[in-house]
Design a protein around this ligand. Sequence first.
Ligand SMILES: C[S@@+](CC[C@H](N)C(=O)[O-])C[C@H]1O[C@@H](n2cnc3c(N)ncnc32)[C@H](O)[C@@H]1O
Length: 261
Amino acid sequence: MKPPRSHGRQSVRATLKPRELMQDVPDYADVWQARIITLFPELFPGVLGASLTGKALNDGLWQLHTHDLRAHGIGKHRNVDDTPAGGGAGMVLRADVVGPAIEEAQSHARGRWPILYMSPRGRPFTQSMARDLATCTGVTMLCGRFEGVDERVLAHYNVTEVSLGDFVMTGGELAAQAMIDATVRLLPGVLGNAESTVEESHSSGLLEHPQYTRPATWEGHDIPSVLMSGNHGEIAKWRQAQAQELTQTRRPDLWARYKKP
Ligand SMILES: C[S@@+](CC[C@H](N)C(=O)[O-])C[C@H]1O[C@@H](n2cnc3c(N)ncnc32)[C@H](O)[C@@H]1O
């Protein structure tokens, strides 16, 4: 069977051995870096090793390093957590374990390089935060587990709490990968088509217009005729109107912000 054809945006296959992309790589001063503090370094690069982010990692357009929290654990058993002061359920990651891991990650930091803690209490991550992060030289991301992290370490290192959304996951690794994915695709040279980030959802405050591709008719449904007309002015008008209508009906919050003078 012939492989399916790709229309429009670039199609890239998953990297075969993604973890190798993170090992024994020297630090390049002008390359955007993510340093991840986690109890599960084997979860990286995860989805970031595939497709465009994986290819960009392979091509040295960005770098990824993990810092294993367990390596900073206390005693023979390398304990990383303890019971919450004041009582209550669960365990808390210790400040004297997380602190040295942050120090280790930050010893590689240069320029504008925030420390983010993946946290459901944080400010919800947005496209504008991804845009800002892409202009930094790098980022350190702390992935929590259990009930979270001793508050003193967050205050001491001026850590910013960022959330993937109003729900609770078991750890911060998925959030870190989502935020890095959104950021890396904005780095110069990562996307094949430079216009892809200009017209998409959340770039201009609107959701993106509907997309269609071949075949022209599928199960009796036609592609809207304006898109087949070749009239680029009319196509642009139609797309703008669709984007506005979608945003108004699906996301009144975004629409109100867009309409604000
Ligand atoms: C079970 S959660 C801890 C939740 C914490 N006790 C609370 O109520 O805010 C464990 C870890 O998962 C990560 N996490 C969970 N939900 C998240 C979200 N929505 N965004 C980012 N990180 C999240 C955080 O790193 C957190 O420390």
